[in-house]
Design a protein around this ligand. Sequence first.
Ligand SMILES: [Zn+2]
Length: 68
Amino acid sequence: MIRGALKTVKCPTCGKPAVWDKQKNPARPFCSERCRLIDLGAWADESHRIPDATPPDFDPDGSSNQNR
Ligand SMILES: [Zn+2]
């Protein structure tokens, strides 16, 4: 192991290497505070929302009326 080598992780927002070091990078696992806020904003914007549990064959128009 190389002494002084910094462990890096892939930033979830932009994919760049992010330094995994509490002092050097408080925004980890993101590469910067900016990316951290972008990710938080995405959550707030519900773009990370869990897909709803509606089955893919659910048909609100009732066009598949074979059972009627
Ligand atoms: Zn980033």
